[in-house]
Write a protein that binds this ligand. Structure first.
Ligand code: NAD
Length: 324
């Protein structure tokens, strides 16, 4: 009997199917949580998308050897519990950094030049007699971009923003002097970055220390003309405070790819606002990137099923060897 691999993402199937020589490959989704838990009984390797890999799921998966995250954020995986049970957790670092950075730059440009409002204006207003003039945007050249989290994605954003002649500052819990020299970016403490940036973009992982990192105090510290971009994780921003900031004009606008609750409920007050751009968690959603991510997951799973250490364990499990 081949070991069972369960894939909880729906694409690219052909890449995941390449595990067929060593495993019996099955795909979700399931009608209910109960059905998923029932299925987990025999699963040895799991490709995890947005489904929480929590203690309950792990308790129902006695044979599980590896959780391969389809992405770099693993805040929905109970890492401590996996480690206790000798289950590897792997992820896909670097495979998607440029792709998320592309989206971030796209959102920054849309905010600066009001591209989405411009599209709506052409469809509904432009040709009407006496229509209002379309408002001016702002240049990116010379503006200060404040990057919070200068890791893989944050530094890719810095490289791209350089080409737009932006002045780049960053805040990170780790001072990155090499990158400061190589990318021409300068370090600022958290409060100064908020006060001086024209655009603030978030690239930190979601964990206790970053949950609610941007709340009322931080939004009030930002300039009234500034914009906030979030392509990291929703709960890093206090969404109620952001809503207040957007209607009361503490900042000029925001662009969000990620939300506290996903999908964003249709009755979310954010949906009615014109000064916010909303995208449906598409940071890594490019065909080539998703294939690269799947190929990494496949390599990690293949290694574990062959009794080896996977090539891309999450940092918390670096150097650990599980014998099961
Ligand atoms: P990374 O680990 O390379 O970079 C994270 C950086 O944040 C590191 O430099 C780290 O030192 C810094 N950091 C950690 N805690 C901090 C804090 N409290 N304050 C300031 N800096 C802090 O990760 P990455 O590959 O750049 O990915 C970043 C995040 O982007 C992921 O954790 C994930 O949640 C998110 N992401 C979103 C999408 C999407 O579809 N929108 C796609 C991929 C990743």
């Amino acid at each position: 009997m081949k070991p069972k691999v369960l894939i909880l993402v729906d694409w690219p199937k052909d890449v995941f199917m390449s595990l067929n020589d060593v495993a019996d490959v099955g795909f979700g989704p399931f009608e209910s949580r109960e059905e998923l838990l029932e299925e987990m009984r025999d699963v040895e390797a799991l490709v995890a998308g947005v489904t929480p890999v929590d203690r309950e799921l792990l308790e129902n998966a006695p044979k599980l050897k590896v959780v391969a995250r389809f992405g770099v954020g693993y805040d929905n995986v109970d890492v401590e519990e996996c480690t206790k049970r000798g289950i590897y957790v792997t992820y896909t670092p670097n495979a998607l950094s440029d792709t998320v950075a592309d989206l971030t730059m796209g959102l920054i440009i849309c905010l600066a030049r009001k591209i989405l409002q411009a599209d709506r204006y052409v469809r509904t207003e432009w040709a009407k007699p006496g229509s209002l003039k379309f408002p001016l945007g702002v240049d990116l050249s010379g503006k200060v971009l404040g990057i919070i989290g200068l890791g893989r994605i944050g530094s890719s954003v810095a490289r791209k923003a350089k080409a737009f002649n932006m002045r780049i500052t960053y805040y990170d819990v780790i001072r990155r002097e090499n990158l400061e020299r190589n990318l021409g970016v300068s370090y600022a403490d958290f409060n100064s970055l908020l006060k001086t940036s024209d655009f603030v973009t978030l690239h930190v992982p979601l964990m206790d220390a970053t949950r609610g990192l941007i709340g009322e105090r931080e939004l009030k510290a930002m300039k009234e003309t500034s914009y906030l971009v979030n392509t990291s994780r929703g709960p890093i921003i206090d969404e109620d405070a952001l809503y207040k900031a957007l209607i009361e004009g503490w900042i000029a606008g925001a662009a969000l790819d990620v939300f506290t609750e996903e999908p964003l409920p249709l009755d979310s007050p954010l949906i009615k606002l014109n000064n916010v751009i909303l995208t449906p968690h598409i940071g890594s959603a490019a065909a080539e990137t998703r294939r690269r991510m799947a190929e990494m997951d496949v390599k990690n799973i293949r290694s574990v099923l062959m009794g080896k250490v996977p090539p891309n364990p999450i940092p918390e499990q670096k150097g650990l060897v599980f014998k099961r």
